[in-house]
Design a protein around this ligand. Sequence first.
Ligand code: HEM
Length: 518
Amino acid sequence: MFFGILVAILSAVLVVYVYFKVFLYTYWDNFNVETIEPTFPFGSIFKIFTGHFSLSGCVREFYEKCNGKFAGIYFVTSPAIFIKDPELVKLILVKDFNSFTDTGLYLDEKKEPTSGHLFRLKGERWRTIRNKLTPAFTVGKLKGMFTTITDVADQLKIHLSEECDGQNIDVSDLTTRYSADIIASTIFGLENNSFKDKNNDFILMAKDLFVSESFLRICKGALQVFFPTILSYFHPETVKNAQDKFIYHMVKNVIEYREKNKVTRADLMQLLMQLKNKGKISDEDKENDLSVFDEKTNNEVTLSLNEIAAQAYTFFFAGYETTSTTLSLLLYECAINQHLQKNIQKNIDEVLDKYNGAITYESVSEMEYLDRAISETLRKYPPLSFLARVATKDYVIPDTKVTIKKDMRVLICVDGLQNDPKYFPVPNKFDPDRFLPSEVSKRPQFSYLPFSEGPRTCIGKRIGKIKIAVGMAMMLRNFNFDICKNTEFPIKFNKMSFLIQAQKPIVLNITKRVEEKE
Ligand code: HEM
């Protein structure tokens, strides 16, 4: 009996195996396209399910294995395409963007209201919301929020002076607190000080969102990219999570409080409130007009509370870990290479001496070497290591007979391109001078994509870079960072993480600079 069942199961598996091999995993062979060998039954993303890698690791493997300009892959059974060549990347992200407008991530605004944010929105709806949000990220608006950022940097400086001088400190924790406080302040208008109040609700929620990369979360992340429709069948409560609810209620409370008490503040929430009440963000020439309490003045479509919460959620999600990781990795590079640290400090000192020590939008914008060091950190360690698109119509790859069919997924490996010796010789070497204009012009533009490119490029690029630059200027102006017995060298990364993440805390020794500058 038992033997009979076993034979029946094995036969069924064999039939399915043959079916996969002969009928499903031959799609790309039919078009003579190089293929990343699929493994039964999960195709080219097998290693996610065996717990070897997150999706980021799989995409990096596609980059290493792909010999030509692109390669066919299989998401379990669905054919998809991996793009390696920077010229083809340019077509997909920019020139032929109209055929690849969507990211193809899970989206169900009814069941999960916070899923209706820019990252996931599709087609016309994405375009409308993107157009409405873009004025919130201009230089003018950023300048208006600048002191909100420097206030947090001041708190960081006080914390380092009072509690960290001469100590071995977990800088990953330090930079996540800095990043979370800026987000709390610039997006939600909350004046947290998580250097002092170490366990405030906001920092606990933020850490929980990123720290615990459980196997289930990795699978959910993979489903969001590969099989978003499967997620739609779950009951809403299984999809919604505690962070969504936390953010929704925070947004609701802040808006209600401000509207009731007629409070205005120079932050993104105030601009989002303009979208809720007026349907648009006030013009650049009325820069200081953050009020939202006058009536709707035109026929602009306003955003609902759910829509506002969704955007606030993604600003938080997209800006928190990306900036804090970049900061901690740049501090790490400074600690292992004191020459680099001295060069950045020289640049910061020279500029700040001209501005009487004041960290302003203008002074930070003049720190060119620091800017190059930040660009190099984003090259060596891109926080988002791959980009995803879905074809919105059939698209023939130029000069080939290969069609990317409507609804087919497209992947681009940022990490692979930026660490390819063809474009960045000796990629492991940290060298800010790769970003001197003369060097930049030597390589293809689309080999460097930390913020992506084209209409869907990162909307928060400016604010992200400024947060990092202000934090670095404040820290390196006043402190030295050095390796200590607890520094892991060479650094190892968490293979199960979706975003780049060091496996262990980055611990560095922090000392006040002897010739401290005010
Ligand atoms: C070092 C910091 C950051 C990095 C490296 C980064 C990187 C990226 C990348 C690679 C994308 C994907 C674009 C694509 O699919 O083509 C993206 C999109 C996005 N980022 Fe950022 N980001 C950073 C900071 C921020 C900040 C601070 C915010 C908000 C305040 C933000 C908001 C967004 C949003 C809303 C999108 C979706 C844009 C769209 O689809 O229209 N990011 N970011």
